[in-house]
Design a protein around this ligand. Sequence first.
Ligand SMILES: [Zn+2]
Length: 359
Amino acid sequence: MVQISLGDWHSPDYTAEQIISRLDTVSKLIPIEKVIIGWSDNKDIYRQVGEYLHGRNIRMLLWLPVFAETDGVCDNKPAVDLWGKQPENYEKAAGNGFRFTCPSDPQNIANVVALYDHMFNDCGFDGVFLDRIRTQSFVTGVSGVLGCGCPVCVERFAAEGVDIQTVKAEYESQGDAFFSVKGYSTADGFIFENPVAESFFKAKGHVVSNSVAAVADSLHNRGLEVGMDLFAPFLAPFVGQDYAILASHADFFKPMLYRACRAPAGMGYEYVQLLKSLPAATGYPHFQFDTDFLKSQLRIMNSFSCGKYPGIEINYDDEILPITDHYVRESLEAVQDCNVDGVVYAWNIMEAPLSHFVK
Ligand SMILES: [Zn+2]
């Protein structure tokens, strides 16, 4: 599977001709089963690329952001932290739109599905690939991780047995120690020392992931295949991604097993942000983000029945993705050693050196 990032909503970075020419080149180097492309509003690109792909029995999936980057196309309510403030925005690798919206507001969920219906349903897509199906991570401190705290979310937390006032009071009195963990294991992930934190993150996984499930189910009802872009399993609980819930609403998972990426979702990058945000929290081990770690993350997914297509970075960028041929090769070899259905060559084949397209 390959990804093509078209940039923002209104001015696609490439023409259909450029994309088709690239796909022609890449398909001679690696087999392509599906193409994930988005999220420009330029329908002609999808129609032309779709015609090319369908003539070659390749499926085309719309890359659709759900709880961020919908500014300008949906009038969605923003996410807030437990104090009712909007978390800071992350602006290094994306535009101003990388602002998260509330995962519970029913109108937010309806708007995203309506966006598909109005903008994309006549473009020839075989499926939808859901991205930004989470809250903000530690890239802007703890604020986004402790959310969403809007009245609708507070009610949903209450239904999960979690009183947000108690969580707030506990964090205010404990500070970083609220996040301290007993340790980490591949089987159980991080176990929080504080039972309030433990139940908050468990409930957060239910709140966010059940909303993602609602979006996925609506799209399935339209006859579409549904894929999901996920944080690596060890980070997923902090952003509300409950793999077990999501697995029963997805056709396939793409865990972003990015070892080199110096931007959101990069495993090392996100973990450094976590440690920086919580200098006084204890129990967080030092991880080596090597291929053994990568394999350990895939083992966690063995029990889920949906398709598994780990995402490996192959595009190059001096600042955020300075990767080598060796890096790409060793990552691909490692994931193919595991029980996977394929690989996603992430996240933009238009900007990848051809030497990165190795089988
Ligand atoms: Zn909310």
